[in-house]
Write a protein that binds this ligand. Structure first.
Ligand code: EPZ
Length: 419
């Protein structure tokens, strides 16, 4: 069993330059989009994280040929050979649901396992299904699978009850090949959604309203190939920015899009971190004193839920009390008990976590339960006295490319051990 071990004598100072990888949550829909065409789609700046290999295995099963050279991928779905995304695949990664819309649009049939439970909350996909039904798909749920069929999708007016990132992505991809116009309202405006739309437009799709919460799509008969660069991972960037603020660091993050991180940067400024922004880079310097503040997660451009756990660690080292309100997922505090094992003082009440700072942390053995929780435990391990041992390493590999190597280059004493 692999574990991550962090050894720290009080007062680690992280220093140096770290290059931020491409975004996991942008590359997954981009790979699914290649289902919409027979032609080749080339993607650059692809992060080599486990979720990428999972979706590529799924795409291969559907009939794709691909070639991954370093961080460049070329993929082509000349012919759809299967319409099934199995329970094994979907269980490994909920984002597998992203093949539902494009498969239905291209092939008229899709059999996708229903994503089961998730550590961070109940995550239904009713809005995906409801939207596709409005576009004419006949959908039934049997034996844990979604069975969807249609001769050709048609345009429709769909208003999302809630902003949903992959729901918006699924319907935009479906609408790109539908007959007529689709209008999607109350869409998610995350940069990953806009980047997918940019790729689709390069493939020949007709889309208006990129980055807005109303998107109009004129369906076309056929889409072509395209080349596209995956946007930087704003959550990986946010994680390293918190590391810099936490460890009295002096870090230069390169290959990032500061504009995608405005709310996170604002909260870091309030916390007392020094920030120097460039067009594709940010320098963060951590101060001795960290200021407490309240944070409420919301959809973009609000404070990202995927940064909640990491920011909680920073608030454990702040003078005073911070209230963190999680509005997106109803069970996204599983990292709290583990942080308390390291000495943090946190109370959870409903959708709020009350963080009492400043409490020194001391190393212990802990368990990561999901991707961002594991990132928060690594951050806590960087400042906890002595040794921290993190179990559940498989989670971190899903969304962070070489995080230990990147941290080691910045001065952290972190390694992966088996034991
Ligand atoms: C995406 O998940 C991201 N994943 C998540 O990142 C991220 O936390 C989330 O968006 C929110 O920003 C990918 O992009 C692959 P949602 P998604 O649909 O699309 C409810 C990470 O750590 N909802 O926007 O699955 C849902 O329960 C991951 O990288 C419905 O009720 O999230 C939630 O409360 C974790 N019905 C809210 O909407 C639906 O049909 C937002 O979820 C769909 C969603």
């Amino acid at each position: 069993m692999e574990k991550i071990r962090i050894s720290n004598t009080q007062g680690l100072k992280l220093e140096g330059t770290v290059r931020i990888s491409g975004a996991k949550n942008a590359v997954l829909p981009a790979i699914a989009a290649s289902l919409l065409t027979r032609a080749e789609v080339r993607l650059d700046n692809v992060p080599l994280v486990k979720d990428v290999y999972t979706i590529l295995a799924l795409m291969k099963g559907l009939g794709a040929d691909y070639d991954l050279q370093g961080n460049s991928l070329s993929i082509a779905m000349k012919k759809v050979l299967s319409d099934e995304a199995s329970y094994e695949q979907v269980r490994a990664m909920r984002a597998s649901i992203l093949v539902l819309g494009p498969l239905l649009a291209r092939y008229g049939k899709a059999t996708v396992a229903l994503p089961g439970g998730c550590a961070i909350g109940s995550r239904p996909i009713d809005l995906h299904i409801h939207g596709l039904q409005k576009m004419g798909a006949a959908i039934s749920l049997e034996h844990g699978y979604i069975h969807a069929e249609v001769s050709r999708l048609h345009g429709a007016e769909v208003e999302f009850e809630k902003k949903t990132v992959t729901g918006t992505e699924n319907l935009v991809m479906a609408a790109a090949l539908a007959e007529g116009e689709t209008v999607l309202r109350n869409c998610a405006c995350e940069p990953e959604v806009s980047s997918l739309c940019e790729l689709l437009v390069k493939m020949g799709a007709r889309i208006e309203g990129l980055g807005q919460d109303t998107i109009r799509i004129q369906g076309v008969k056929e889409l072509g190939g395209a080349s596209h660069k995956i946007i930087p991972d704003r959550i990986e960037a946010g994680t390293f920015l918190v590391a810099g603020a936490l460890c009295r660091g002096d870090l230069l993050l390169t290959d990032i899009e500061p504009g995608h991180l405005e709310t996170v940067l604002e909260k870091l400024r309030i916390a007392g971190a020094g920030l120097d922004l460039g067009p594709d880079r940010v320098r963060v310097t951590g101060g001795a004193d960290i200021r407490s503040q309240d944070i409420t997660t919301s959809s973009y451009p609000g404070f990202p839920t995927d940064m909640q756990a990491q920011f909680m660690v920073l608030m454990t080292q702040a003078q005073g009390t911070s209230i963190i309100t999680e509005t997106i997922f109803d069970r996204r505090f599983s990292h709290v008990n583990e942080l308390m094992r390291l000495g943090a003082s946190i109370e959870v009440s409903g959708d709020k976590a009350i963080v009492h700072g400043k409490t020194p942390l001391s190393g212990a053995e802990v368990m990561a339960t999901d991707l961002r929780a594991s990132a928060s435990l690594i951050l806590a391990g960087l400042i906890a006295g002595g040794q921290t041992l993190i179990n559940g390493v498989e989670h971190i590999d899903r969304g962070y490319e070489n995080i230990e190597a990147k941290l080691r280059r910045l001065g952290a004493n972190i390694e992966r051990i088996t034991g």
